[in-house]
Design a protein around this ligand. Structure first.
Ligand SMILES: Nc1ncnc2c1ncn2[C@@H]1O[C@H](COP(=O)(O)OP(=O)(O)O)[C@@H](O)[C@H]1O
Ligand SMILES: [Mg+2]
Length: 362
């Protein structure tokens, strides 16, 4: 998977930008705050239609404007033009100038893996941030995963609404609740299966990746789910048992909306016991394992972005990561310090200097 060109219009600090990338290594350098992350963010948005650092798409629009457009030519087996347009009216995506009405059809096309310095944050946050990590990665691989997620969330909302109503006015149609419960279980089990399968594949690779970078350590991911090892009948019975508690609480107390993943390093839960460094490294290993999972499933490596990793890792570990890269992986590295990049790498890389809201190929 290679992105050949990128064209930005009113994206973050860029008014108009046209770039042509190398198939292999692209190095984006410049001082702090000049717009390096903005550029890789644009590539990310082109792939997944969403940013990794804001939930509000409007933040992507250059201040003082009403819309932004990210365009790129991407080669997989064929070369196609992709386009994401964000405006006050919402988001539109196009492939070869044709509007794609379902985002899920677009999102699974361009695959991308991003490593950034603040990865350990997911350990300080609620399980939802770790589910988000799973959701982003699995939706790149399985277009129908997003559809199941959307359906699940829709039913969950309806079911919660029903439970609150039942509490307030006591009028309850058991039949309607059972329909909702069964639908929830049906979609939930699909989501559970996709997550289980993905985590299994990651687990087969993650210790190896961790050791390739950090030299020692056994890393595994444990998947916690209310639906684990249960048949739909068993899950349904559980909901029946919980019914009165759910009515009192006014919400669905069990389901894949409570799923979590636990990272275990040498037998210890690193979310609880790990240092910042270990937590960060664990997520890096997860993402590098994912690179291989995508390659296995899709037949091609995803685009890899290493954003400002020099601020997060020492030279030796960076070297170990770079060693894992091969010519099949189109890579984007952003840095403030060109001097920290291995000379051999620099020679073959395409270099871009970011300055004054512009990017110049060097
Ligand atoms: N919507 C926006 N419109 C204009 N400028 C923006 C917008 N969002 C961010 N910026 C600018 O982008 C800069 C930060 O860019 P960033 O890519 O994070 O820098 P770095 O090179 O350190 O990675 C800041 O100067 C900020 O003012
Ligand atoms: Mg940055």
């Amino acid at each position: 998977m290679k992105i050949n060109t990128l064209k930005l219009h009113n994206f973050r600090n860029y008014e108009n930008l046209n770039l042509e990338f190398s198939d292999n290594l692209n190095i984006i350098y410049g001082e702090n705050g000049v717009g390096k992350t903005n550029l890789v963010e644009a590539i990310y948005v082109l792939s997944l239609t969403k940013s990794f650092r804001t939930n509000d798409d409007h933040n992507l629009i250059k201040t003082g404007n009403v819309s932004t457009k990210v365009e790129g030519s991407v080669t997989l087996n064929t070369t196609n033009d992709y386009e994401v347009i964000i405006s006050k009216e919402g988001k539109k995506v196009k492939i070869d100038n044709n509007l794609v009405s379902r985002l899920s059809d677009y999102i699974s096309k361009i695959n991308i893996v991003l490593l950034q310095p603040e990865e350990q944050i997911i350990f300080n946050e609620a399980p939802s941030s770790r589910r988000k990590l799973l959701n982003i990665e699995i939706s790149q691989l399985k277009p129908d995963y997003i559809i199941y997620l959307n359906n699940y969330n829709k039913i969950l909302k309806q079911r919660n609404f029903y439970l609150r109503e039942a509490y307030v006015n006591g009028n309850r149609s058991q039949e309607y609740l059972d329909i909702l419960t069964n639908k929830l279980i049906q979609y939930g089990l699909k989501i559970y299966e996709y997550r289980l399968d993905f985590i299994k594949k990651i687990n087969a690779l993650i210790t190896k990746k961790y050791q390739e970078i950090f030299e020692y350590g056994e890393l595994t991911i444990k998947y916690n789910s209310d639906y684990k090892n249960k048949s739909s009948e068993e899950i349904f019975k559980n909901y029946q048992k919980m019914y009165y508690r759910e009515v009192v609480m006014g919400k669905t107390l069990s389901g894949v909306h409570h799923d979590d993943i636990i990272f275990i390093l040498d037998g210890k839960e690193i979310g609880k016991w790990g240092s910042n460094g270990q937590q960060k490294n664990a997520v890096f290993a997860f993402k590098l394992a994912e690179l291989e999972v995508i390659k296995e499933e899709k037949g091609n490596y995803p685009i890899l972005i290493l954003d400002d990793l020099f601020s997060a890792l020492d030279n030796k570990k960076i070297k170990n990561i770079v060693k894992l890269l091969n010519n099949d992986i189109q890579t984007f590295i952003t840095t403030t310090e060109l001097s920290r990049i291995n000379k051999k790498l620099l020679v073959n890389a395409k270099k871009f200097n970011v300055k004054n809201d512009a990017i110049r190929e060097v």
